[in-house]
Design a protein around this ligand. Structure first.
Ligand SMILES: Cc1cc2nc3c(=O)[nH]c(=O)nc-3n(C[C@H](O)[C@H](O)[C@H](O)COP(=O)(O)O)c2cc1C
Length: 322
């Protein structure tokens, strides 16, 4: 294991935009990635298409993220990679070889690539050639439990020039069910010399330490555990230093949620920011007293001001409880 483990925010579509990445980075996350971007979609979109402007937005205050692309055509993947590398916005390129969503898989992309390792090799080598940026691959263990290929794909990726791997310890068939298999991730780690990040079910400081111990990985990549919980990175960093993890206070949760909302508001304006923030806010208050009732009101709030008032009400409710 490298000295300081990598604490990565796993790419999540609709979630890991710059406000989320910035908040996580402030809490100790030291490796971020954009959500997946379609190579073909990017190449075919008119330059003015808003959706790509937002997907690819990087804030000057955040450490530069890697950008993740998905696709299955070597020509699209290389051209998209070259274009993204040329923007100078990103610290590296990441190739998605794990997305299990039907619409991605049915086009031959994401985890469908796990069934065609020669094509994986072709894509990784070709993308490697178009840019000198660091290149990583995110993969699952295999298509299903009789077609496991992570060790083989990891070796291929390393031979084709990848500098880092993120391995989600589930198969495509499992989607998000069952438990991530950290022992299987260990086998991948042992098969290659490039850094490997363990992904799947790391959602507390204790589970991060356990995952690092079991897999021997160079870091952890955290997806769902970070939803409404950028504080998790601080807790893990505390635990790694041998200190007691500092969970967020109620005030900190509310002030962070409000700051998150303000960043979204300034970036996207009220009409987009409010509907997008609803899910984040529900995640921030999840599991706390009064969260269920507040969730219903948050989902019908029309303005960020209303949302912030609801959060302050939530904070008062927690205090009344003490
Ligand atoms: C809402 C959501 C969106 C996701 N989007 C992506 C994505 O764009 N690219 C990707 O490689 N993985 C994506 N993933 C998978 C996560 O990066 C991660 O591999 C998975 O959630 C397992 O890690 P976890 O147990 O820490 O959540 C997504 C997961 C979720 C829950």
């Amino acid at each position: 294991m490298t000295k300081t483990p990598i604490l990565s925010l796993a790419p999540m579509a609709g979630v890991t935009d710059w406000p989320m990445r910035l908040l996580c980075a402030e809490m100790g996350c030291n490796y971020t990635t954009t959500e997946m971007v379609s190579a073909q979609g990017l190449l075919q979109a008119p330059d003015t298409l808003r959706v790509y402007k937002y997907l690819l937005a990087v804030h000057p205050d955040e450490p530069r993220p890697r950008v993740q692309i998905f696709g299955h055509r070597v020509d699209y993947m290389t051209r998209a990679a070259a274009r993204l590398a040329d923007t100078g916005l990103f610290s590296g390129l990441d190739i998605n070889m794990g997305c299990p969503a039907q619409k991605i898989v049915s086009s031959g992309s994401g985890s469908a690539l796990l069934r065609d390792l020669p094509l994986c090799a072709e894509i990784i080598s070709a993308v490697r050639k178009v840019s000198s940026l660091p290149l990583s691959v995110k993969m699952r263990l295999g298509w299903d439990d009789v077609h496991l290929c992570a060790v083989e794909l990891a070796r291929i990726a390393q031979d084709c020039g990848a500098d880092l791997l993120t391995v989600h310890g589930r198969t495509r068939a499992q989607q998000y069910s069952g438990k991530a298999d950290w022992d299987a991730i260990r086998q991948v780690k042992e098969a290659v010399s490039i850094p490997v990040l363990c992904n799947g079910d790391v959602n507390s400081a204790a589970s991060a330490l356990k995952a690092l111990e079991i897999t021997g990985c160079d870091g952890v990549a955290i997806g769902r555990g970070a939803l409404g919980n950028p504080f998790l990175f601080r807790e893990i960093a505390d635990a790694l230093r041998g200190e007691t993890p500092r969970p967020p206070t109620d005030d900190e949760i509310v002030s962070t949620a409000i700051r998150h909302g303000q960043m979204m508001l300034e970036w996207k304006g009220e009409r987009s920011a409010v509907p997008e923030m609803r899910k984040h806010l529900c995640w921030y208050i999840h599991g706390r007293r009064g969260a269920a009732r507040l969730r219903t009101r948050i989902t019908s709030a029309d303005t960020m001001r209303e949302v912030f008032d609801l959060l302050r009400e939530f904070a008062a409710l927690q205090k009344a409880d003490e």
